[in-house]
Design a protein around this ligand. Structure first.
Ligand SMILES: Nc1ncnc2c1ncn2[C@@H]1O[C@H](COP(=O)(O)OP(=O)(O)OP(=O)(O)O)[C@@H](O)[C@H]1O
Length: 513
């Protein structure tokens, strides 16, 4: 029979038991609030709570003990001078992870000269944070939004509200359930950041963000990966309310779509058309940016079109071999999405994808309860909000000189939005690049001005300007090569050009923004 993790009241009782000796020997500070500690230790097991008490004691010893007495047995007099306070408990729960020891899971060292040295050997010189095996790693979610979350506008609010409504439902319903949300949108739109934000906000006793790298770095082969996923799902059900974020669903299931070119394509062109035709077409296009299937080549109207370089844009002649994916992993995830947990247990699965259409086509998205679209930044107001906040937050050390001023942010947002939607990631990288460029130029020419904020009202000496940001935008736009199937198009264009006696074509630059 499996004994579940203690609830808040149970944790308080366990803490009371483990602190009873301290209380009896008057070593427990009056400010110690075990109810608060119990509230902060969601999903801690009994052994882990014992570890928290020990870690708090070790903090108190370090803070208040004369280090000369290290190695000696603790006398009642020494103990009387040491009181474990609420601050020691807080430190035990929040200290940096690098000093973490999972006290309850076999890390107890055998060194035990005296009670004091044993404590020190267990908790290290700075004490230790006790991370519950089935609890929340509070540092994980914020890693996915390093500049903080920018609620840039109504589009963002709509997505967050939809997610928050599900979380509220979880808090209010007593029914057990598994609910799966799919956040879909373009690459870099901010899906993972939103999923991580929802996990952080949820206040669920257990949440975990699983990325494809987490799996590939820990398991090999379908069987190993399925086993790992099953373990994480099992862990999540140790808690009454849990959330698992499955980032990049299509990568988790290893989805790829392979297209094979028809083998004799370029030969067919050469054989069925005169060299003059090929040359005309090649010249008209300058670069053979798009692939031309044989049947349309032999059509006179296609040839006429060929003289207009703008119009001719034909589908690559490919032979699709269909989707490839890991069926065992997909089956595993779909089975968990359909799983009804034992009474009182609830699991929220939030997944992200930038390949929703493919998942839908192959009926891989059917298992999700709800799909929410995460849009790219589209309106000038949204972009302006991001430009203003990010330039300030990203470079907080030198905020005054690195921000775009309001007028520049407004102008840049208007111009960027007129070129179409931009994924959040792209806009952030533009700002970063512009800033990087500015810093390197400043370092090369003049010393960087003092980061001290300029007096209110006067323009900062070295602000990021509209021109600098837009220069990066143009650079990124012009250097992006849009090649739907890069290798095949490039190779075949080169092959055709060689056959018609032209130099190999250069790749075409096309805006993707
Ligand atoms: N609202 C936001 N506020 C601040 N930063 C954000 C916001 N949304 C996204 N970001 C940042 O933008 C970058 C890209 O976001 P994220 O990785 O979540 O995109 P994604 O849609 O999951 O991308 P992909 O499809 O490539 O996995 C990250 O650095 C993230 O921190």
């Amino acid at each position: 029979m499996e004994i579940g993790l203690p609830d808040e009241q149970g944790r308080q009782q366990i803490l009371r038991i483990h602190t009873s000796k301290l209380r009896e020997s008057e070593c427990l500070g009056e400010d110690v609030d075990l109810a608060e500690v119990a509230h902060e230790t969601k999903n801690y097991s009994g052994a882990e709570l014992e570890g928290v008490v020990k870690a708090a004691v070790s903090h108190a010893l370090f803070q208040r003990m004369d280090l000369k007495s290290l190695g000696q047995a603790l006398t009642p007099e020494m103990l009387r001078n040491i009181k474990v306070t609420q601050q020691d408990f807080r430190l035990a729960l929040t200290e940096v992870r690098s000093h973490c020891l999972q006290v309850s899971h076999g890390c107890m060292s055998g060194v035990s000269v005296t009670p004091l040295t044993r404590l020190l050997s267990v908790h290290g010189p700075h004490g230790a944070q006790v991370i519950p095996l089935y609890g929340v790693d509070r540092e994980q979610a914020p890693q996915f939004f390093p500049y903080g979350m920018i609620p840039y506008g109504p589009a963002f609010d709509r997505v967050m509200r939809a997610g928050q409504a599900v979380i509220r439902m979880f808090h209010s319903t007593p029914n057990s359930m598994t609910y799966s949300l799919l956040l879909e949108g373009d690459h870099g739109a901010g899906k993972t950041a939103i999923a991580a934000m929802l996990a952080k906000e949820s206040e669920f006793p257990f949440h975990k963000i699983i990325t494809p790298k987490d799996i590939t770095s820990r398991a090999a082969g379908d069987a190993g990966k399925v086993q790992l996923l099953n373990k994480w799902f099992d862990d999540s059900f140790k808690s009454k309310m849990s959330m698992l974020v499955l980032d990049d669903f299509e990568k988790l299931i290893e989805l790829s779509h392979s297209c094979a070119l028809t083998q004799s394509h370029s030969l067919t062109i050469a054989q069925s058309h005169s060299l003059a035709h090929c040359r005309t077409i090649a010249l008209a296009h300058n670069q053979l940016h798009h692939y031309t299937p044989t049947p349309r080549f032999s059509n006179p109207s296609t040839l006429a079109l060929a003289h207009n370089p703008v119009v001719l844009s034909l589908t690559p002649h490919t032979h699709s071999t269909g989707p490839r994916f890991s069926n065992p992993i997909l089956q595993c995830l779909q089975a968990w999405m359909a799983y009804t947990p034992q009474a009182g247990h609830k699991l929220l699965i939030v997944s992200t994808t930038s390949c929703y259409e493919k998942l839908r086509t192959y009926e891989m998205a059917d298992g999700f309860t709800e799909v929410i679209h995460v849009p790219c930044l589209a309106s000038p107001a949204d972009m302006e909000a991001v430009l203003k906040v990010v330039t300030a937050a990203m470079f907080f050390v030198t905020a005054a000189r690195d921000c775009l001023d309001d007028a520049d942010a407004h102008r840049a947002a208007a111009d960027l939005s007129s070129c179409g939607e931009i994924p959040m990631k792209k806009l952030l990288s533009l700002i970063q690049r512009a800033q990087g460029e500015k810093s390197s130029t400043a370092t090369a020419t003049t010393p960087i001005p003092s980061p001290a904020p300029s007096p209110a009202g006067t323009p900062a000496p070295c602000r990021l300007t509209y021109d600098e940001l837009m220069a990066q935008f143009r650079l990124s736009r012009d250097s992006v090569v849009c090649m739907p199937t890069p290798f095949s198009l490039q190779r075949d264009a080169a092959a055709l050009a060689a056959q018609v006696g032209l130099p190999a074509p250069a790749a075409t630059s096309t805006s993707t923004m």
